[in-house]
Design a protein around this ligand. Sequence first.
Ligand code: V55
Ligand code: FE
Length: 488
Amino acid sequence: MTLSYDNHPALRGAMEPARFASEVYDCLVEGTIPAGLNGSFFRVGAEWFYPPKFPDDSPFAADGIASRFRIADGSCDFSARYVETPRYLANKAARRQLFGYYRNPFTDEPEAEGVHGTVANTNIIVFAGKLMALKEDALPYVVDPDTLRTEGTNDFGGDYKAPTFTAHPKVDGQSGEMVTYGYEAEGLASNAIWIYTIAPDGTVTSERKIAAPYLSMVHDIAISQNYILIPVYGMVSSMERLREGKVHWVWDDTVPSYIGVMPRRGDGEVVWIAGPEMAMVHTFSATDEGGVITLHAAVSDSNPFPFFPDVHGKPFNGAKARTTVRKYVIDLSRPQDGWQEEVLFPEYAGALSRIDDRFQGHPFRYGFLSASHPSLAYDAQVMGPRAPSNGICRFDFQTGQVDTMHAGPTVALSEVVFAPRSPDAPEGDGWVLAFATDYADMKSQVIIGDTANLAAGPVARIKLPFRAPGQIHGNWVPQWMMPGEGQA
Ligand code: V55
Ligand code: FE
């Protein structure tokens, strides 16, 4: 049998799968890695080890590949390895793709029967002493931080009972408590969401079961001091469409959007606040005061994903897919009024919103984003006509100021992560790190900037001698937070 990507034109150039595990000892560095930056930048991305069964399948079904930039005393070692999910191992044994459309087991080959189709490609976190690769359709996969070998799933001693676990759990920056959930928690196409709190030692401390107004992609949530915010929007599915052999998600612009508001503690019910069409795929964070919630998020007016079709056959709308930084205010004394939305920095477009994670669940001031902006020059001959994300931005939500670092005219950035200068540094003070591929030589790098002067440009570029896959999400894990390390 011929194994090639020839029938998959999207898997060429910057998207062509690398298909190898890799290690680079002592990477080449341009500039100087800050002396105080000690820890690991863990990332997970997606590549098709075997080409998709259907050329129009969602890239969200590509295999997870975990990687680590381990930074200490001004130098950096890199490693990468596929997450060894049951699907990846079964495909390897068969030497072909056994799985069909994204999250549609009805389209799998008979040999895939009984093998979970998850690809663990969306986020990678350290919590309760474990490194875990996450995909919202399955339990976390535990990965050894040193070898990046996969050890198996984690159900937190059997007390996490949902079959699915979000890629975006929230860890309270002060208490260390995790607020997490699984959706489609009562089986494929169910609208059940099971919500858990987990103590810093990995003990499950609460379980609550709610029903969404309808089944939708619940990719991310936000937590404030007192509430959990659950966005629900027109990315929908049904058992019927899965049985018809289609990709899991489809956009429906006729259903209302909702933000579910649920008390973090006690057994208060969820209140669903309704509003117009939008897709709130990623949040920054939220705060609440006197029963008024303020939520910041990266939001588009409609379907942001061109590979998920429209249920009414409408063509993909690029303008409405543009994702911007927005602020939502919800007055819990008047839930029938819905929410008030404000687009804060309309010229910046970017989807992968982050904060200084030490402020998760508490009042916060700064947001971070890899973004495009009309003032950030790019080489259209190398990059093509569409502006890439080549700015690393820090938004001050108090003053409206934006600090921007231009990453270069021929790079496309992945999500930015923030590394605090010290455990108790002021909010937003430290370094930003972002993985990028330089389209001029098709090699990858990590770009580091100092928040004290982002406009000055990168302080260091850690260079790989090849192109590695971009990440979906990553996290900076300071040395003092690594499993097996004492608190600094
Ligand atoms: C997202 C990403 C996914 C997924 C579902 O960005 C939602 C949103 C990379 O995989 O499976
Ligand atoms: Fe995400």
